[in-house]
Design a protein around this ligand. Structure first.
Ligand SMILES: [Zn+2]
Length: 237
């Protein structure tokens, strides 16, 4: 059994586990208990129409053959240009098709956001984004987002930024959990789910809170012991 992918929230965050060509969704809703000790890691292959095609090449999460370049340009679709805030004070600019704005912001785990321009196509949106990117970065690393998990957004810094950009609409997101202190960053798929924030999975295990980048789990084989236990418990039904 291999972790072959994941889905981010808000409605149905899940790990995708593949075994013998089939794919099972494991919910990452709060209070779900995970017990997937990580074994060897290799390319996660590809999931196509519900079937998993494994790959034993070494690069993970994907080898060259299975790396997808996500650079689509949607020439005819209306795009939104947005600013997103990650606690305590990391801000970024980004673009997305207008209808995906709310989803896109949640996928990234933004704490706050502002829709600042609407344009008629992807290429125009990229042009505007590049101009703004002279002052505000286009990406915030997941490690940085994890460092800010227990923090709150620097309200004054965010408001000052918004004053320069005259927002059309502003957003504030709540991911359903609050952490008293910064979790330990670790690759882990064992523990009780406290919640997800975009690609970040927050787990509690033996009284300690851990944060894992879901992408960092993709490609791991689940250690055999857990598979056997699991099959035994399924057999009990
Ligand atoms: Zn591969």
């Amino acid at each position: 059994m291999q972790i072959a992918g994941y889905r981010t929230g808000p409605d149905d965050p899940a790990l995708l586990l593949a075994a013998d060509g089939s794919v099972e969704r494991v919910s990452l809703e709060p209070s779900v208990e995970l017990a997937y000790p990580l074994g060897e890691r290799h390319c996660a292959g590809v999931i196509d129409d519900g079937t998993h095609y494994p790959c034993d090449r070494e690069p993970a999460p994907y080898c060259d053959r299975h790396t997808h370049e996500w650079a689509p340009t949607y020439a005819d679709e209306e795009h939104a240009i947005y600013l997103a805030a990650f606690a305590p004070a990391m801000f970024k600019v980004g673009i997305t098709r207008s209808w995906r704005l709310d989803t896109r912001l949640r996928e990234q785990g933004a704490d706050r956001a502002a829709h600042i321009h609407t344009v008629s196509s992807g290429p125009i949106a990229r042009g505007v984004e590049r101009e703004i990117a002279a002052e505000i970065p286009e990406a915030v690393r997941v490690e940085t987002k994890i460092e800010g998990l227990a923090a709150t957004v620097d309200h004054d810094a965010w408001e000052a930024l918004l004053e320069e950009h005259a927002p059309i609409e502003t957003f504030e997101f709540d991911y359903g959990f609050a952490l008293p202190e910064r979790p330990v960053a670790e690759r882990l798929a064992t523990g009780i789910v406290l919640g997800t924030k975009g690609r970040i999975l927050v787990l509690e295990r033996a009284g300690t809170t851990y944060a894992t980048d879901l992408r960092e789990l993709v490609g791991y084989e689940i250690a055999a012991e857990s598979t056997r236990d699991r099959q035994a418990s399924l057999g009990a039904f």
